[in-house]
Write a protein that binds this ligand. Sequence first.
Ligand code: NAP
Length: 286
Amino acid sequence: MTGKVIDGRVIGKAIREEVKQSVGKLVHKGCQPGLAVILVGDNPASQTYVKNKEKSSIEVGMKSVLIELPETVSTDELLGKVEELNQDETIHGILVQLPLPKHIDEDLIIGSITPAKDVDGFHPVNVGKMMIGQETFLPCTPHGIMALLERSGVDLEGKHAVVIGRSNIVGKPMGQLLLQKNATVTYCHSRTKDLPSYTKQADILVVAIGIPKFITAEHVKKDAVVIDVGMNRDENGKLCGDVDYEKVKNVASAITPVPGGVGPMTITMLLKNTLLSAEKACKSQS
Ligand code: NAP
């Protein structure tokens, strides 16, 4: 039996359509949601991500502002730019594309974004709120994965979810969100001994490692749901995930492909967070 494909393109498109409808209603009330993205330097991958964010926000009817700064920008200049956007009433979401050049303290910059416009959900205040289950901006990639699971009808209650990876942007928040939906969560990482002994127990396996095709059929329990966050290039330069898709799809009951699984959901949830921010700001103005 071949696993069911969880299609992030289809689910992401449906959510963006819903966001577009809601944006239309806000525009009608004279309150267009605005997303500002700051890009420092000329890293090609970052440029591609930023262009996609700009294009997607315009497609749903948002105002999009791209601020490009040179690699040599000082911390003070960058802080000044963030503060300008914090004060700008037409901007509801601020995103600083990471990574930043080495001479700039990323934590300081992220901490300078007002939590009410931190649509990436990286500000310590928003991370804290997420941890204690308060309403906040959830980090876009794990938030997108939760939407994929929900819209695919995956029941999480009492299930064993194993998350491989503990980064601040994917692994750690992923486990928290699964826990909030009553899954029993195990985190694995590079120091985990005998990884397959954990992954083989997973009803839901989320893989966010960054090593091409690392997870094979031998790691996966029959009928598990497998979510592949990885975005890597294989030996032929082709985009691939952290999971050996061709082999694992025969064991899993459902699986996300790469590309077309988790990837499209990240920008989708960024738009959703920006909409949420604008809805709040507009309500408090009216
Ligand atoms: P990261 O910060 O490099 O974290 C990787 C994690 O994997 C770390 O926690 C690391 O453990 C763990 N790890 C590394 N080697 C391992 C091994 N052999 N066995 C078990 N665990 C291992 O990466 P990230 O930012 O979370 O991203 C992970 C992947 O997702 C990357 O391919 C990235 O490109 C992709 N990604 C995709 C999206 C999307 O929108 N689709 C968004 C974000 C990231 P330690 O903590 O012990 O070092």
